[in-house]
Design a protein around this ligand. Structure first.
Ligand code: AMP
Ligand code: GLY
Length: 427
């Protein structure tokens, strides 16, 4: 089959790698892709708009479209392609609202009886400020809509929370996405990302992963898009996964079905493992980045066929998932200044990093080719280096060794991805 992948990051590089290695796949194209993807697939330029993506998908006439990022999903690209009789992996705009509006997700979770942080919804700055002053800190301030991973502030004091409210509601820092905010109870515990393939009422849970969102070692520093991930984390056993499927994913999928939503794609539960059990802090409607870079390389078999089965609503008939026994640790090599003001344009040398061996793989995230064909940095997260090992420590050692061979001015990375988390009290 011919597969079109939409997106340009490390997640899409991992998707293209898994799909192009699938026996059922004869051709992969990617819009727009990146220089790493271009080694595996034909890349097509796009302005990224839903109109342009629809046009090029109709022109390419693939057997399957896999939509990587949330923006085109929330914008209804999957609906438009289904209307053109193209199989699409990714929910329509109705299902994508689980990520497109945090308040919509919260209401759905409450309706479904799923444990989630307590929350309130505000559009008026003074009302929101009065609420924060009444309940105090810590408190989490979230832009309701899509904010490219930058719309969440975990405020440890009231002043920080009020400042975040001011930026969202008065200064329109996130535009319409921040014209309404969700104020949420601050939960404590390790985080866990549980992703599942879903078609209609069928759920196939993928191997769990943990993203490390803070910039620096010891889970310190500002929140980022994710500095690395591990799959599976040592503390996520089968009992926990069964609990998450039974008490989080199943009720949410049943509620979607009850609402008439025919969801086909990834459902991603972002969880906090609190002392009282797993509690949902967010839902995403796509693979995570960098979770995809550690989950997909461990998935054995014909990944393109699995995604096609979900796209066609035939997940129940798909073969059981099989996993590589090894642990995968992905380390993001970031540009100087990330996440606040990443510097771009620096020449990159991946010289002696093997592109894909049994021990390490490099996925491109923010890279570009200059006029002379040389690789340069083009984003805050530049590459994700994934290492494999029999346990978390050896996988991390393989990833870190490969990451330290990636050279560009200002390159840095965490060295403790997948390590046991520090107690919050020690931070
Ligand atoms: P998000 O952009 O929704 O992925 O949130 C970014 C990060 O903010 C999460 O990965 C958590 O580390 C943190 N966060 C979100 N919600 C909460 C919450 N209710 N309590 C504590 N931390 C949270
Ligand atoms: N890794 C978090 C996300 O993709 O949203």
């Amino acid at each position: 089959m011919k597969v079109l992948v939409i997106g340009s990051g490390g997640r899409e590089h991992a998707l293209v790698a898994a799909i192009s290695a699938s026996p059922s796949c004869s051709e992969v194209v990617c819009a727009p892709g990146n220089p790493g993807v271009a080694q595996l697939a034909r890349c097509i330029a796009t302005d990224g708009s839903v109109d342009d993506l629809e046009r090029l998908a109709r022109r390419e006439a693939p057997d399957l479209v896999v939509i990587g990022p949330e923006v085109p999903l929330v914008g209804g690209l999957a609906d438009r392609l289904r209307a053109a009789d193209i199989d699409v992996f990714g929910p329509g705009a109705d299902g994508a609202q689980l990520e497109g509006s945090k308040w919509h997700a919260k209401e759905l979770l409450l309706e479904a009886g799923v444990a989630t942080a307590k929350a309130q919804h505000f559009t008026d700055f003074e009302d929101a400020r009065a609420f924060v002053e009444a309940v105090g800190a810590p408190i989490v301030v979230k832009a309701d809509g899509l904010a490219a991973g930058k719309g969440v502030v975990v405020a440890l004091d009231v002043e920080t929370a009020v400042e975040a409210l001011r930026e969202a509601l008065l200064d329109a820092r996130f535009g319409a996405a921040g014209a309404s905010v969700v104020l949420e109870e601050c939960l404590e515990g390790p985080e866990l990302s549980v992703l599942a393939l879903v078609s209609g009422s069928d759920i196939r849970v993928l191997a769990p992963a943990r993203d490390h969102k803070r910039a620096h070692d010891g889970d310190m520093g500002p929140n980022t898009g994710g500095m690395g991930a591990v799959c599976p984390p040592a503390d996520a056993d089968d009992d926990l996964l069964e609990l998450v499927e039974r008490e989080v994913l199943r009720p949410v999928v049943d509620e979607l079905v009850r609402r008439g939503v025919d969801y086909r794609g990834v459902l991603y539960a972002g969880l906090m493992l609190t002392a009282d059990g797993p509690s949902v802090i967010e839902f995403n409607v796509r693979f995570g980045d960098p979770e995809a870079q550690v989950v997909l390389p461990r998935l054995r078999g014909d990944v393109a066929l699995l995604l096609q089965a979900a796209a066609r609503g035939e997940l129940a008939d798909a073969p059981a998932f099989e996993w590589d026994d090894r642990v995968a640790v992905g380390v993001v090599v970031a540009a100087e200044g990330y996440p606040l003001a990443p510097r771009t344009g620096d020449a990159i040398s991946l010289g002696d990093v093997p592109r894909d061996t049994r021990d390490a793989i490099v996925f491109h995230s923010g890279t570009t080719l200059d006029a002379d064909g040389a690789l340069r940095t083009a984003g805050g997260r530049v590459v994700t280096v994934v290492g494999f090992g029999d346990d978390v420590d050896s996988a991390r050692a393989a990833a870190t060794a490969a990451a330290s061979r990636v050279h560009f001015d200002g390159a840095w990375h965490r060295s403790d991805i997948g390590a046991a988390l520090m107690s919050p009290a020690l931070r």
